[in-house]
Ligand binder design. Sequence first.
Ligand code: OKP
Ligand code: ZN
Length: 343
Amino acid sequence: MKTFYSEDHRLHHANAELNDGQLVPVFEKPSRADMVLARVEAVNLGPVLPPEAFGIAPLKRVHAGEYIDFLAGAWAEWAALGRTNDMLPLAWPPRRVQARCPKDIDGKLGYYSFDAGAPLTATSWQAIYAGSQVALSAQAAVAAGDRAAFALCRPPGHHAGIDYMGGYCYVNNAAVVAQAFLDGGMRKVVVLDVDYHHGNGTQDIFYQRPDVLFLSIHGDPQTEYPCYTGYADERGEGAGLGYNHNYPLPVGSDWSVWSQALQDALRVAAGCGAEAVVVSLGVDTFADDPISQFKLRSDDYLRMGEMIAALGLPTVFVMEGGYAVEEIGINAVNTLLGFEQQA
Ligand code: OKP
Ligand code: ZN
């Protein structure tokens, strides 16, 4: 399968994030993508191709236009105040407050985020934008007839909602891909999110819509990030009711538990009449992941890929999380190899 990749991911490398009450070096760093690319090349998965140019319009099909414009222009507003550190929000509208977007950049940062986990640097937007074009290029390859393609995106996207960033995510690449399939004429698409963390952003984007079925397997929000969403009773709303399925699993879940959730998710996917699958491929379900608590082993990702392939649908894999940098390439590419063996 083709891998789409842009060196511009390197332009997003923030200094620090909050972890256990401490500012520590970011987990979401450029070496993650380097390791995945190295593995793609080591196993000869297929050609590695640069993204084509699709522009900004496909991003605004799933995100608020004003939010995308904010991301693109945020650093200029920050720098105009003489600031040189990475941008981080420090205030959010609490319950019972009518949230109006302020003029000031500090107010805007809180308005367009749900946590302090998405720092912006002077060049982050270029990396974020390049990642979205990588995702769209993979979608185009599959729309043109490839059985599957791999979007080696960085930074990840599944926590980014209609008009907010958070959790290392800015533009929801998987949602952009799903929407591009619909805009190309498909009537139903599945987004299958196998990252350790609930894909709250993807859920937000499609919550009231029946044309995208969202399935997410993740750590139980009672103890795991993003803390407030991912419960099984979040089933969608209005026309989207029944098109959102969450599989919260206990900390410590291994393949025997995890694969049962996947089996059920795939059963739901198979029954919905979808014409394509977008996989939010996070491999932070790995036993040695430094910020996550499932117990998958490297071989389990081969089985995961096989199971997804058995759906028999055109598939775009979009890279999300995975912070055990030494093994991220093996685990991500094992999923793709397992898929190809079965496909
Ligand atoms: C992004 B993706 C743990 C802090 C968690 C945010 C994690 C974002 C994960 N002590 N911080 O879903 O992999
Ligand atoms: Zn994650």
